[in-house]
Design a protein around this ligand. Sequence first.
Ligand SMILES: NC(=O)c1ccc[n+]([C@@H]2O[C@H](COP(=O)([O-])OP(=O)(O)OC[C@H]3O[C@@H](n4cnc5c(N)ncnc54)[C@H](O)[C@@H]3O)[C@@H](O)[C@H]2O)c1
Length: 341
Amino acid sequence: MTGCDGYIGSRLAPRLLSEGHDVVGIDAGFYRSGWLYEPGTAHPKVRSLDVRELRPADLMGFDAVVHLAELSNDPLGQLDPDLTERVNHRGSVGLAKLARDAGVSRFVYASSCSVYGAGTGDWKDETSPTDPRTAYAHCKVAVERDVRQLMDERFAPVFLRNATAYGPSPRMRFDIVLNNLAGLAWTRREIALSSDGSPWRPLVHVEDIASAVVQVLKADRQAVAGETFNVGSDEQNFQVREIAHAVSEAFPGCRLTVGPSNGDDRSYRVRFEKITRHLPEFRCAWTIERGAAELRSLFERIGLTSEQFLGRHHTRLLQLRHLLETGQVGPDLFWTAAHSA
Ligand SMILES: NC(=O)c1ccc[n+]([C@@H]2O[C@H](COP(=O)([O-])OP(=O)(O)OC[C@H]3O[C@@H](n4cnc5c(N)ncnc54)[C@H](O)[C@@H]3O)[C@@H](O)[C@H]2O)c1
């Protein structure tokens, strides 16, 4: 499992262990300093490696690769689109080739609903044309395209287009919408939307993403090989103001204000029926109301501070900028000699 020390990986790894899988993690460790709480669950052995450094021998003997390790959001991609291309597109395709050549039979790729880009509130399913608007989303489309071509009678890639995740993770991210709003509600007791919050966003709890991966690993080859699945549920397409409302309700005393329309109503809603057809045991167990309440309990328990919420440890762009500016990583995001593990 690559990206095992990230936001999703830190929830997915213990889940795979509890399902009886033998897991080895690979992670470059960009966000390892950002540990929000002790989860009390087992974590697999992690090799501190960049996926771009892997050699064929590193992939020998594995049944499956679950690939999460990329620069993980739109603003990061805009920081340096060419870097995103090298890490996300070329890095992921290179990894898939190594996996295929090593005889790995299943390759689960963490894609994103952001491949659908912008719309006018219309519904998208896996057959809809993609319309990537950012370097990050362009790379997701390119990886899906190139890795699908590697499929053969043994190597079965599967593409999970995850909705935007929410919920606690020891390697928390506060740069994704619901987690961010929850952090604001806790630290400021106020959510002030600068616009009217009309765009639609599909959301999914991080544990439900883990459930999708579990089901993909269990499924018969013909149910998943070469398939693309949106991961989420139809009921969890929300306008941003609805998300803000649900979060403010979960944090007593939180004030919610909504700004004027900025005329930017580009958005899309996503259908999630296909995954339940191919993987009948998959369903989303979480709602945003429960997810927001779960975050409130966590923040209470650990006494989340503004410094933790706003600091670089839980905002991917800030941490990568810090690593670059302090010379801990070079321009290609490889650790420099003084800082390598
Ligand atoms: N979180 C979401 O809302 C969401 C939604 C859709 C898709 N995804 C995708 O899921 C995956 C995981 O997302 P996340 O939120 O856990 O992100 P994250 O940034 O928290 O975790 C990514 C992990 O990968 C590692 N990594 C990055 N580049 C690497 C490389 N070249 N070699 C080795 N390790 C590397 C990082 O150190 C980090 O631990 C990403 O591919 C992301 O695009 C996430």
